[in-house]
Each structure stands twice: as C-alpha cells, then as structure tokens.
Design a protein. Structure first.
Length: 201
C-alpha cells in the first residue's frame, strides 16, 4: 500500500469506508485496513499501490500501478490511476494534485498538459470501463457497495489515467518515446480515446 499520505488539511468525507468493503477485501487488506480507514477520514481518499507482477525468472509481466478510492465520492472529481511509475512517486504526484484541489480550487481536466506537479509533463485521459473493473478493484468494490446500500445496482465511477512522459518529454503516443519505458506505458483507454490523445502536445 502507498505510504505517502498527507496528514493535514482535513476534509469532511462520509465516515464509512470500512463498512463499504466486504469481508474478502478486509481479509486481503489485513493490517493495512486501520491505516487506510484513518487516511480516508483525514483526506477523503486513499491510495492503493500495487507492485509489478514478475514471473519466476524476474521478467515483468505487468507494471506497477497506483490508484485512488474516494475522490469522486468526496471531491466530485474522477478517481486517479497511474501505471508504470513506482508507488512512491505515483503517490507523491497524486498527493500534489489533491493538495492543489484542496488549497487552490484546482479542477483537473482531461486532454490537457500539466507540468507543475513533476519535473516532466503529464496529462489526464479518461479510463475505459474494463480497465477500471480489472485494475481498480477496491475502487470498484467501494462504489458497488456504496450504491447497493441505497438500493442502486450500479458500480459506476469515473477515472483519469495520469499519463507521464519519458526523459525527453515524449508521451507514449508520440514519435520518439523511449523504448525502455514502452512496457510501463500501458494506456488504459480505447482506440478512439488514444487517437484523441495524440492531439495533446
């Protein structure tokens, strides 16, 4: 789990994160549940960091990724997911974005380049439904159980993938994107969105 959690600038979220997880998820989270619950109470969201999936000889099968739970519920903004960066770096970026949201009234927008959060460019692109259900499993569960509690059979939530650039400031869809980052630059959106993202400079 990501340990990069700010402890200031408290918000007033619903205090029911623990109740929205089923028993299997509680068992899965184990000793992290108390930390997650407290962070959710303080900030209105938490981060889940998933390490890269490696095969038995050390080859990467799937890159590490980090995603959020609670941002749409408490800030009326899409959740975030970052693929390919280590969990610590991803956590810092998400915390910086949310710091701007809380202190400056910042509203993240899709298909727009930002460079104030890191020393490289990044942009936000809407995530397609299958990727949300497959990767953001606890976020999916959170909204499923939240809606079920009020009689709604729906797990819908919005999410942005935070796309980062290589060392030469190229996005994954740009010519010249460094080959060494190709396996980590997994884009969680459909072909139509990918074509639209190509207009981002």
């Amino acid at each position: 789990m990501s340990e990069n959690i700010e402890n200031s600038e408290q918000v007033k979220p619903v205090d029911n994160f623990r109740g929205l997880l089923n028993q299997n998820s509680v068992n899965y989270l184990g000793g992290h549940l108390g930390h997650i619950h407290n962070s959710y109470k303080q900030l209105g969201f938490v981060q889940v960091g998933v390490f890269a999936d490696m095969d038995e000889i050390g080859n990467k099968k799937f890159p590490s990724f980090t995603y959020t739970i609670g941002i749409e519920e408490n800030y009326n903004l899409p959740e975030f997911v970052i693929v390919g960066l280590n969990n610590k770096m991803a956590g810092i970026i998400i915390n910086d974005i949310m710091h701007w949201v809380r202190t400056k009234g910042f509203t993240p927008e899709p298909f727009k380049v930002y460079n104030q959060f890191t020393n490289f460019k990044m942009c936000l692109v809407p995530v397609m439904v299958p990727a949300k259900e497959t990767l953001m499993t606890l976020t999916n569960l959170f909204y499923t159980n939240k809606n079920k509690a009020v009689g709604i059979n729906d797990n819908h939530f919005n999410a942005y993938q935070i796309i980062w650039t290589d060392t030469q400031n190229h996005f994954p869809w740009e010519e010249g994107f460094e080959e060494q980052f190709m396996d980590d630059a997994l884009c969680l959106f459909d072909e139509e969105t990918f074509e639209k993202a190509k207009d981002i400079k």
